[in-house]
Ligand binder design. Structure first.
Ligand code: CA
Ligand code: CA
Length: 202
């Protein structure tokens, strides 16, 4: 069925008009994961919270690795696990550059998470072109892989923290440059993430 759909899209495009739009894979979360300035993940924690990232080769949604996150979020603490462009970790980049994406063709950013039904509330943030941070919150209330779809309309501007250089204009300014995850306090456990894509408008 997937092949049939692709053929149909290709055929329609040969006629000069494309009636269907495909989702766009922006991050396949492959390879090794490390932090620091030369790292492939921009991550850290403070005020007593702890986080560790690594590649897992057993629990995978796409390819041969997923991003494994071991976390302990304490009251008053914080953490972030980020991938994208203009981050301190220079090799944390997506498969595509933000400015090369036709953002008006997409309605959501999505990813796959391997849940453990821990009840942990998790924030998924995106940083817009003005460095303003937008937040989407969901819950680890399932077991195994599940796709989490974050409609752009469902994000809210973070009120607890914004970068010093953020243009806090209360609008999502495209292109979005990066995303980051934060298991919220108080919680502890292991989660796996994979397969980040943009969801096309119908
Ligand atoms: Ca992967
Ligand atoms: Ca903005």
């Amino acid at each position: 069925m997937k092949v049939l759909t692709l053929v149909l899209v290709a055929t329609l495009c040969v006629w000069g008009v494309c009636f269907a739009q495909d989702n766009l894979l922006i991050d396949d979360l492959q390879g090794t994961f490390s932090g620091g300035p030369d790292g492939t993940v921009d991550y850290g924690a403070g005020n007593g919270s702890e986080v560790k990232v690594s590649a897992d080769t057993d629990i995978i949604d796409l390819g041969t690795e997923s991003l494994k996150i071991e976390y302990k979020a304490v009251a008053g603490g914080y953490m972030w696990i980020a991938r994208g462009w203009d981050l301190d970790a220079k090799r944390a980049v997506w498969l595509v550059r933000p400015q090369d994406i036709s953002w008006n063709k997409y309605k959501a950013i999505s990813f796959y998470m391997y849940g453990s039904n821990s009840g942990t509330r998790i924030a998924f943030d995106v940083k817009d072109n003005g460095n303003e941070m937008w937040r989407f919150i969901f819950k680890d209330d399932f077991t195994g892989w599940q796709q989490i779809i974050c409609l752009f309309d469902g994000f809210f501007a973070r009120g607890d923290w914004q970068p010093d250089n953020a243009d806090k204009n209360a609008a999502i300014d495209f292109p979005i440059k990066s995303y980051q995850l934060e298991p919220l306090p108080e919680s502890e456990g292991i989660l796996y993430f994979d397969h980040v894509e943009l969801i096309a408008k119908e």
